[in-house]
Design a protein around this ligand. Structure first.
Ligand code: NI
Length: 210
């Protein structure tokens, strides 16, 4: 998810080095077949660094696979994802956004430590819902109000393979839910009404062509 406070200065300037539909590396990685592809994608991400893919890349629409086992390589993957998150000036980044189709995401909001979630499960969502503006590193420059539960409980493993349970509310809960959606191939624009979604998509396509 993108940091909202800085949207004015950043709108129209894609954060990712990827422009257009996808870079050569993403295209190369995307063509690899299923299971071997998953392994090789993890390998490419591990050794070649991370580019954030954007709307239009079909990887954003696929469901990510569980991490089994949570090997030592996930410490570096998590570290690289946090670095990519900081570079993109975002607050959350999920595996599929860097072409890694694994159930992992990282979150770093203001006045909090960076957090890593592997194989997360949302174990509780509050009845209370709140509306708040969201953006996404994979749809740079686009923002819309999204309604989500106010507070949640999430169970996951960290990059060292240790399980934890976290009660989160407010912006932290929102970012976790946004990133969890990425693992399911869901984007924040899917949670908007159809006219609003179409408006964002056409604006995005126009901006991409410009
Ligand atoms: Ni996002």
């Amino acid at each position: 998810m993108r940091r909202q406070a800085q949207r004015m200065e950043r709108s129209g300037t894609p954060q990712s080095p990827v422009s257009g539909t996808e870079c050569r590396k993403c295209a190369r990685i995307r063509r690899l077949p299923c299971r071997a592809g998953l392994f090789l994608r993890a390998f490419f991400v591990y050794y070649l660094g991370m580019d954030i893919i954007t709307l239009g890349n079909e990887l954003l629409r696929q469901k990510a696979e569980p991490v089994r086992p949570i090997g030592a390589e996930y410490r570096k993957i998590a570290e690289d994802m946090i670095a990519a998150l900081h570079e993109g000036k975002g607050v959350g980044l999920a595996g599929p956004q860097v072409g890694l189709m694994k159930r992992i995401f990282v979150v770093h909001i203001d006045r909090d430590v960076p957090r890593v979630f592997i194989n997360p499960t949302i174990t509780m969502t509050s009845q209370d819902q709140v509306k708040c503006e969201e953006g996404c590193l994979s749809i740079p420059g686009m923002y819309a109000d999204v309604v989500r539960p106010e507070s949640i409980q999430v169970q996951a493993w960290n990059e060292r393979g240790r399980p934890f349970t976290l009660d989160a509310e407010g912006i932290l809960a929102r970012v976790i839910l946004h990133e969890y959606d990425h693992l399911e191939g869901v984007l924040f624009i899917d949670r908007l009404s159809e006219p609003k979604r179409n408006k964002i998509i056409s604006k995005w396509e126009k901006r991409k062509k410009a």
